[in-house]
Design a protein around this ligand. Structure first.
Ligand code: FPP
Length: 255
């Protein structure tokens, strides 16, 4: 097999497989700003720059999908000025990135209750999603107004509706069918989840999808999460031994 185009830049990554789908909890923008005596919004602006680098690098490495936790259902409870600043930042991001996404064949998708977003943001998102829908390289999936329990509850509700309407029998519900009712249905399995800023929790993020994922918690604050840190997380991922609950050597191994 020919070497991938990125091989000369990151030869260390030739040692093992890359994740098909990377999920990131982008945390620490506020702390990054506070440490510099800057506003929280400045931290988010630098975070948006990290998002750009992340999407570009995932595309360069040929990953299939990257999901970014950009705004949780809980984040609506932040001060009004911060919420509107984040929405404005998202709008600006969508405006500045469209050309590059189209050129690289990156498709944008979202998960979460996007109907709760302000009208202007929804319009920009819908336009971006429609224009990039045919993108065949990376899928960049933004979790916006997202909560995993809410997503799981929605899937359960939709299955119950189908059962009540006689379109489905309860005994036909298995893990695959349940998964196909989640908002991530058309994305590959999440192989790796990275959370920045040193916090070690999942904060209602992709609870179903992370069942077998490798988890990396890096102390790096998200505005500093650029290429070098991402590559070192991917190297760490490659060194992990993924056994999916089995033992080395398989079922015939002597115990
Ligand atoms: C967490 O940091 C970050 C967020 C709640 C928002 C994430 C947003 C961005 C990275 C920028 C915009 C995104 C896009 C897609 C353009 P925090 O504020 O909780 O940090 P703290 O815990 O240090 O206070």
């Amino acid at each position: 097999m020919p070497e991938p185009t990125w091989a000369a830049k990151w030869p260390e990554l030739l040692e093992g497989p890359l994740p098909r789908h990377l999920a990131v909890i982008m945390d620490g923008n506020g702390r990054w700003a506070k440490a510099r005596g800057r506003s929280r919004l400045k931290g988010h602006r630098e975070g948006a720059e990290s998002v750009r680098v992340l999407a570009r690098t995932c595309h360069e490495l040929g990953l299939q999908a990257v999901t970014l936790y950009a705004f949780s259902t809980e984040n609506w409870g932040r001060p009004k000025t911060e919420v509107s600043g984040l929405m404005e930042l998202l709008k600006r991001f969508l405006k500045s990135e469209l050309e590059e996404f189209l050129e690289k064949g990156i498709r944008l998708t979202t998960i979460g209750q996007t109907d709760r977003l302000p009208k202007g943001v929804r319009g920009s998102l819908e336009n971006f999603i429609e224009k990039t829908a045919e993108g065949k390289s990376l899928t960049c999936n933004l979790a916006l107004s997202y909560g995993s329990r809410d997503e799981i509850t929605g899937a359960a509700r939709s299955l119950v509706r189908k059962c009540s309407a006689g379109k489905l029998k309860p005994e036909e519900i298995d893990e695959d069918l349940f998964g196909s009712h989640l908002q991530t249905a058309d994305l590959p399995e999440v192989d790796l989840m990275i959370r920045t800023s040193g916090e070690v929790r999942l904060s209602n993020f992709m609870l179903w999808q992370l069942a077998y994922a490798e988890l990396i918690f890096t102390p790096t604050l998200f505005p500093d999460f650029r290429e070098v840190v991402l590559i070192s997380c991917l190297t760490e991922y490659q060194q992990r031994n993924r056994r999916f609950g089995l033992v080395p050597g398989g079922a015939e191994t002597k115990t």
